[in-house]
Design a protein around this ligand. Structure first.
Ligand code: GTP
Ligand code: MG
Length: 435
């Protein structure tokens, strides 16, 4: 799923890595490639157009933090816009009704019956729920038999009748579920080649009679862009609460997943990723975007840095670094940031190329930070700005004032020197620390 899109997008984004700044001119090609890769993945044209416009606007308009490389910021913007297309938040399934009633609808062969079985398996395994499968496809020969077989295979109870009245069957299944203490009713309905009056009438009647808490439209992702019209068609008649996009494991280009939310405003709730009974997963836009971009690390790095460092602070720090005026006050600030970001090793792992420079050997124990703070705060302003003047007698005074030992004061000063060296290294390298 999305392999091609991932490949082409990654290639496009790789191009931007060398740019020190993002300008309209130098991202033109990259944006064009992004556009092509989305179109090739079968994302709706209008959506692609808007996507590229938004990414362009945001990347040119956004002041890039000094702590983050422009290319990283660009990846983050692309990522966020993909999340936007996919639907921002993970859409949840109803849980608090007794019983919860889910009705699966959709065109023929999209995977309704299979998905009913998968959903039951999912609810039992993940939430320890007791689902009931309800056979309401009374038309296709062997449809009930198919669900029956599935139910046996996964050991889930089924409600079926000999009657040919799906409305009645659905209605009766509720009392059956209550009597048997079952908490999810999953209604498998009949499909047709097209949305026709008869099908819609029947679904509306079931809806009226049992009032399902969720009407889930099962959509075959192989359908591509036509799927949007299917959703719109059903939406006119019924209050669809979500889409289950099936067969994403197949040859599908998957663009429908990136198009349907914006075009129909119906969230994707689950995706089908194999024929087997465990082949269903919750649809999580954030995770999906990471998967499509394959750059989750950069995105979380930028997020963390953005979260923790104000633009102003970052600018000041970077100016000082450039002027070589990085002092002990800055050192303390930096260590506190590191503490917030997690261990320095953790951060360095996120920076491409850091291990090559041997930077991952630098160790700062977050537990020491309080001591460091005490020591630095016991120094005079002059000493903090100009640590070279800290000789033996000053060290003793500082140690006493902070309740630490002279050895600790020495260690801190050595660490500070190392950091200054590291900054020089960074300045000559092509990337910056995330602080
Ligand atoms: N690869 C793959 N195949 C799937 C998936 N979901 C369903 N299928 C297959 O799609 C075919 C049709 O599935 P059904 O569950 O019978 O579809 P349906 O919507 O109930 O079909 P009708 O009842 O005839 O309308 C079956 O061969 C399933 O195994 C999926 O996520 N991935
Ligand atoms: Mg079926």
């Amino acid at each position: 799923m999305f392999e091609n899109l991932q490949e082409t997008l990654t290639k496009a984004l790789d191009k931007i890595k060398g740019y020190g700044k993002i300008t309209e001119d130098n991202i033109k090609d990259v944006l064009r490639e992004i556009k092509i890769s989305l179109l090739e993945a079968d994302v709706n044209y209008q959506i692609v157009k808007e996507f590229v416009e938004t990414v362009k606007e945001k990347s040119l308009g956004k002041e890039v933090q000094s702590s983050i490389k422009p290319s990283e910021m660009f990846v983050k913007i692309v990522h966020d816009e993909i999340v936007n297309l996919l639907g921002k938040e993970k859409a949840d399934l109803v849980t608090n009704k007794n019983p919860n009633i889910l009705m699966l609808i959709g065109l023929q062969g999209t995977g309704k019956t299979t998905t009913a079985g998968k959903l039951a398996t999912f609810l039992r395994k993940k939430y320890n729920k007791k689902p009931l499968l309800v056979a309401c496809d009374v038309y296709r020969p062997a449809a009930i038999e198919q669900l029956d077989q599935l139910a046996k295979q996964i050991n889930i109870p089924i409600y079926k009748e000999d009657s040919k009245d799906p409305v009645q069957i659905a209605k009766n299944s509720i009392s059956y579920a209550k009597e048997n203490n079952l908490d999810y009713i999953i209604i498998d309905t009949a499909g047709r080649l097209q949305i026709d009056e008869k099908l819609v009438e029947e679904l509306k009647n079931i809806n009226k009679e049992v009032n399902p808490h969720e009407i889930l439209l099962v959509l075959d992702s192989m359908m591509g862009q036509d799927g949007v019209n299917v959703i719109k068609g059903f939406k006119e008649e019924l209050n669809i609460t979500g889409v289950i996009l099936t067969k994403l494991d197949g040859d599908t280009r998957g663009g429908i997943a990136l198009s349907l939310r914006k075009l129909t405003d119906v969230p994707i709730k689950f995706i089908g990723i194999s024929e087997k009974m465990d082949g269903l997963s919750y649809f999580d836009p954030e995770r999906m975007a990471n998967r499509i971009l394959g750059m989750g690390d950069i995105v979380s790095l930028v997020e963390k840095a953005e979260e923790l460092i104000s633009e102003k602070e970052a600018k000041e720090l970077s100016k000082k670094m450039e002027k070589g005026k990085f002092d002990l006050d800055d050192f303390l600030k930096q260590m506190k940031t590191m503490k917030k970001l997690g261990s320095i090793e953790g951060i360095l792992k996120l920076i491409p190329g850091a291990s090559k420079l041997g930077l991952n050997n630098i160790k700062i124990d977050p537990k020491d930070i309080l001591h460091v703070e005490a020591i630095i705060l016991s120094m005079t302003k002059e000493e903090r700005r100009n640590p070279d003047i800290i000789k033996a007698s000053r060290k003793q005074r500082i140690a006493k004032g902070s309740g630490r030992t002279v050895q600790e004061v020495n260690r801190l000063l050595t660490n500070f020197e190392q950091t200054q060296k590291m900054i020089k290294q960074f300045k000559s390298g092509n990337f910056k620390l995330p602080f």
